[in-house]
Design a protein around this ligand. Structure first.
Ligand SMILES: Cc1cc2nc3c(=O)[nH]c(=O)nc-3n(C[C@H](O)[C@H](O)[C@H](O)COP(=O)(O)OP(=O)(O)OC[C@H]3O[C@@H](n4cnc5c(N)ncnc54)[C@H](O)[C@@H]3O)c2cc1C
Length: 313
């Protein structure tokens, strides 16, 4: 039998849009980019930045290649952001294969260029993700040491990593959480998570963090990689589990990039909606230097209607 259900205002937003617009004056996004390798990639990055600028991200960050391989490119990209945009850029910095003096020098150059926010990481080994990591004998060994070193150089805002499914090298949860605590004790004021696909993975982690008395913001990192095969490979290397239901949605789409893009945007927006239900109000989007998916997700979050648009001169 058909029962009459209560009607809603026909102008009320639906689904993820409704959840984003509910009581969220502080809703934020940040965008992560990687430094371009050549002119073509550079043009693509700056075209993306121009499209994403009106969404007024809380900050944007630029990664640092394994073993410091992108040191100059990361610096150039971040310095150009300071000069040509109204973004607040954060530079990623890692400990791998460098002495303390070298890293301190990079940090001082950032400060002098007007960069006030560093994402401090141990870093992927230069031989690749999953290979053995050996600290440089004269270097910062782990992200907590680096955070402490950075705070001695200048009053940087420092963000660090967090792993909702544990970092693959942590023997157990107590090791994992102790490491996060050390990074906070050293001066980190925000943790950005490794990507994940199920909100429950994040919530379980959030509970562990709360149980440990950690009270800095833990910002969920959302991966916007529509190439499912690449995503599956990267997830395996990083110890991230891909649920069967997620994988199943990409089945048979190897030759259909448009549908993959649409699915990726939809799934990321759905994930933000679920995470909103338990209070997340900042989402860090791994953009892969593309604007369309990050822009769709941010628009569903209502970011296009908030604040003053950032300018790219
Ligand atoms: C948001 C985000 C951004 C990232 N950006 C980059 C990037 O730009 N460039 C890049 O190369 N990689 C990047 N990565 C990947 C990251 O570098 C790797 O995951 C790396 O393996 C760990 O770095 P971390 O800062 O998380 O390490 P840490 O927090 O230092 O910890 C790494 C592991 O070492 C263990 N550990 C910590 N201290 C000690 C100790 N004293 N003795 C023994 N073990 C210890 C920890 O328990 C943990 O298992 C990023 C990751 C995230 C989540």
């Amino acid at each position: 039998m058909n029962a009459r259900l209560p009607l809603r205002d026909p102008n009320a937003p639906v689904g993820a849009i409704a959840r984003a617009s509910a009581e969220s004056p502080d809703l934020k996004v940040s965008f992560e980019f990687f430094p371009p390798k050549n002119q073509k990639m550079e043009d693509k990055l700056w075209a993306s930045i121009e499209k994403l600028a009106p969404l007024s991200p809380d900050f944007v960050s630029v990664t640092y290649g394994a073993g410091g391989s992108t040191r100059e490119r990361t610096h150039r990209t971040v310095a150009r952001m300071v000069e040509e945009t109204s973004f607040a850029p954060a530079a990623h910095l890692t400990c791998v294969d460098a002495t303390r003096e070298e890293i301190d020098q990079v940090a001082r150059e950032y400060w002098d260029a007007g960069v006030r926010h560093i994402v401090a990481l141990r870093g992927d080994p230069s031989d690749g993700i999953g290979e053995a990591y050996t600290p440089h004998p004269d270097g910062y060994a782990y992200a907590d040491d680096l955070t402490e070193g950075l705070k001695k150089i200048a009053d940087f805002e420092v963000s660090v990593s967090a792993y909702p499914e544990q970092h693959p090298e942590s023997a157990n949860w107590s090791v994992e959480i102790d490491n996060l605590k050390r990074k906070i004790d050293a001066g980190a004021t925000r943790a950005i998570t490794q990507f994940f696909f199920s909100p429950d993975v994040f919530w379980r982690f959030q509970d562990r963090v709360l149980d440990a008395g950690i009270d800095i913001p833990i910002v969920p990192g959302l991966m916007l990689q529509p190439n499912f095969n690449g995503l599956a490979r990267m997830s395996k290397m990083c110890g991230v589990s891909v649920p069967d239901w997620y994988a199943g949605l990409f089945d048979g789409l190897d030759k259909d990039p448009v549908t993959r893009d649409m699915l990726t945007a939809t799934l990321a927006a759905e994930l933000t909606a679920e995470l909103r239900d338990r209070g997340s109000d900042h989402f860090h989007l791994y953009t892969l230097n593309r604007a369309e998916i990050a822009s769709s997700v941010s628009r569903i979050l209502g970011l296009h209607t908030r604040g003053k648009a950032a300018a790219v001169s």
